[in-house]
Ligand binder design. Structure first.
Ligand SMILES: [Zn+2]
Length: 128
């Protein structure tokens, strides 16, 4: 999502990141699969025994353009992002009416909206 025109007329934009009006949502089953994939991929990364094997692993996972000289902590962050974002849907809150927009399919362009029943007390629901 880059911009959504809310039913109230407000335009929701996630051009700047991180944002207090954007987030991610996933169900229990999807989250469980993501956790299992994450554990398996991190384990596979840690089992590479030399730079050649590590480089092949990273290229297979992320493609030819992925830098192979990153620290393990950066690679683990990228593995987490790749695994969890593939099974999560983008969520955006309208900061004017509190309506929540949820992506219909992970990576898709279509969103469904859900309006709060309790009015202004819900504004900022994604903000911590
Ligand atoms: Zn709105």
């Amino acid at each position: 999502m880059s911009k959504i025109k809310c039913l109230c007329g407000n335009v929701i934009s996630n051009v700047s990141a991180p944002s207090n009006t954007d987030g991610w949502i996933s169900g229990d089953v999807a989250n469980e699969h993501s956790q299992e994939d994450f554990r398996n991929l991190v384990s596979a990364l840690l089992q590479t025994v030399n730079e050649v094997e590590r480089s092949k692993f990273l290229t297979k996972l992320f493609g030819e353009l992925y830098p192979t000289d990153l620290h393990d902590s950066e690679v683990i962050d990228d593995i987490r992002d790749k695994v969890f974002s593939s099974r999560a849907k983008s969520v955006a809150e309208c900061n004017k009416c509190g309506r929540i927009w949820i992506q219909l399919t992970a990576g898709g362009q279509d969103y469904a909206s859900f309006a709060p029943d309790s009015g202004d007390e819900c504004l900022g629901i994604l903000k911590f």
